[in-house]
Design a binder for this molecule. Structure first.
Ligand code: FE2
Length: 261
């Protein structure tokens, strides 16, 4: 089975530039690349920071694009999003009984759990899994039993050595770790937020993140002027087999043929 992971699209309502790049141009290029080369994927997930300023028209424009996208697409929210605005535009998107954008998807005997780590508050960028959301996770992991289980969340529970994002990671670290202990077969966790491609093994669980579709955060802050840089955007092509999980970091905007001389 194959699925597509996209994260941190940071769309803006006027469809213009953000940090010198145009998010909708990158999103369109990404979706077109997926349709051309990975139409056989089972689903697509966008793991938060859908809209930079959480504008209604940014979500509406995303909805319009996804209406012609052939894969099922699961949406998650991040620190830049607004849950109420998102749900006003996507009222039918799955959510849990408390209204959080959390849901379970099962296919080919695999369980996929999508979490909502958005913390309410203007200008709040750190992540939160409150008791209700953690309880939902715990119950889902118990129900999954020994089925291969894959988690998705926006904010990671660990530092990656980049203070810009380490300062706004998930806050409920030990609570999240305790919830994971209810999983019998957690194969992998996919996350966003850090605008970098990383592999992290945290407490025995493998995690991967992806670059943003728009602007990236440098590994060394002093290596660039300003906060962001133009390291390549990428989407993830994830292949799941019984004994293997493969993540391709597909830098779709940099794929020019080279002619041998
Ligand atoms: Fe982001």
């Amino acid at each position: 089975m194959k699925f597509i992971h996209i994260t941190d699209v940071h769309l803006v309502g006027d469809k213009g530039a953000l940090n010198g790049l145009v998010p909708f141009v990158h999103l369109d290029a990404c979706l077109n690349d997926v349709v051309q080369w990975h139409r056989d994927a089972s689903f697509c997930v966008i793991s938060g920071d859908l809209a930079e300023f959480a504008e209604t028209n940014a979500y509406q424009a995303l909805k319009m694009r996804l209406s012609s996208f052939p894969l099922p697409c699961f949406l998650m929210i991040g620190n830049h999003d607004n849950r109420t605005v998102f749900q006003s535009v996507f009222p039918k998107h799955p959510k849990d009984s408390n209204g959080y954008i959390q849901h379970r998807f099962e296919k080919n005997g695999c369980v996929f759990l999508f979490l909502d780590t958005k913390k309410e508050g203007r200008g709040v960028h750190e992540g939160q899994l409150c008791a209700d959301r953690l309880d939902w996770l715990k119950q889902q992991l118990i129900q999954a039993k020994d089925k291969p289980t894959f988690l998705f969340l926006h904010h990671p529970p660990f530092n990656i050595g980049v203070p810009y994002v380490d300062n706004i990671r998930l806050q409920e670290v030990e609570e999240f770790a305790a919830a994971l202990k209810h999983g019998q077969n957690i194969r992998h966790v996919f996350y966003g937020h850090v605008h970098r491609m990383t592999y992290v093994n945290w407490r025995g669980v493998p995690f991967t993140s992806l670059p943003s579709l728009n602007h990236q955060i440098p590994l060394n802050a002093a290596s660039v002027q300003g906060e962001f840089c133009d390291e390549p955007a990428a989407y993830g092509v994830v292949q799941i087999e019984d004994d293997q999980l493969t993540v391709h970091f597909n830098t779709f905007l940099q794929r020019n043929s080279l002619h041998q001389t």
